[in-house]
Write a protein that binds this ligand. Structure first.
Ligand SMILES: [Cu+2]
Length: 141
């Protein structure tokens, strides 16, 4: 027995409602993701606790004095990779907090973990350990 014409019409309209509904849902979801903030506004690094590398050397003061418990941000604004670690080279065991920085590709930045011991941490670029302008020290007090 052939389905009656009105049954086909009803089937088609049910299908269109489903398609329409899922389309609307997709649009709503897309709208939600588009209107949601893409990312929190980036906070510029605090110059008091930031070491910036540019054109093959540390561009900010190579000696910083930071408060106990703070973190130091290393920013690589150079065109080449740098690997920032604490002295001595190659053991890097004087200030393990610096292990969190390590390899920085151009444009990348990373923080030490919290510097919770009052002391002076000397650092260097593990790729260029003998380049004095890529060495520095952080006094934690
Ligand atoms: Cu090293």
């Amino acid at each position: 027995m052939r389905p009656a014409w009105h049954q086909c019409v009803r089937l088609v309209s049910v299908c269109s409602v489903v398609v329409c509904f899922s389309g609307t849902l997709a649009m709503l979801l897309a709208g939600c993701t588009e209107t949601a903030p893409s990312s929190a506004p980036s906070v510029p690094p605090d110059p008091a606790t930031t070491v910036t590398i540019e054109r093959g050397s540390v561009a900010t003061p190579r000696t910083l004095v930071v408060p106990l418990g703070s973190q130091v941000t290393f920013v690589n604004n150079d065109r080449i990779v740098h690997e920032m670690f604490s002295d001595p080279h190659p053991e890097h065991d004087s200030c393990p907090e610096f292990d969190a920085v390590g390899r920085l590709t151009p444009g990348e930045s990373r923080q030490t973990t919290n510097l919770v011991l009052a002391r002076t941490c000397n650092f260097h670029d593990h790729i260029n350990p003998d380049i004095a302008t890529l060495n520095g020290s952080i006094r934690i007090q």
